[in-house]
Design a protein around this ligand. Structure first.
Ligand code: CO
Length: 143
């Protein structure tokens, strides 16, 4: 691997995605007990999920609630129950990061697409990411 590119590609952990059955049932823990700021709740129609974002120390928590039994999150909950679903790493440019990973024989399951919280996101193939579902994301900047 090209060390220089590798070191500069990932900027930070942007968020941790957590699969939940019901966002409202989780609010008393994350918002009221832990005191995290609730940034908002939104629907991501394409993924059939409702998403709540919390801020803590420059990192976000993303609670993912399925809005349909067909949602990938519904399938995850069936198999694994409530728990950590993915880690999302921030990059400057999702397509460039994908190009780099594919050059290094890393398989993707995604192309860059719109995610919650004004992010462009893409998932790495779970077989390529050592058992941790890994998302690349970039913040969409206003021009
Ligand atoms: Co995410």
């Amino acid at each position: 691997m090209d060390e220089h590119i590798r070191k500069s590609m990932i900027k930070k952990i942007d968020h941790i995605g957590i699969a939940v059955k019901n966002i409202e049932e989780q609010l008393s823990w994350y918002r009221d007990v832990l005191g995290f700021e609730l940034l908002g709740i939104e629907n991501v129609e394409s993924q059939k999920v409702r998403v709540a974002f919390f801020a803590i120390g420059g990192v976000h928590l993303e609670l993912l609630e399925p809005t349909s039994p067909e949602s990938p999150i519904a399938k995850f909950l069936e198999k694994r129950g409530t728990g950590v679903h993915h880690i999302s790493y921030e990059v400057d440019d999702v397509q460039k990061a994908i190009d780099y990973l594919q050059k290094n024989s890393v398989q993707m399951i995604d192309i860059p697409r719109a995610g919650a919280n004004n992010l462009t996101v893409a998932f790495v193939h779970p077989k390529a990411s050592q058992g941790i579902l890994t998302e690349l994301c970039a913040h969409q900047h206003e021009h």
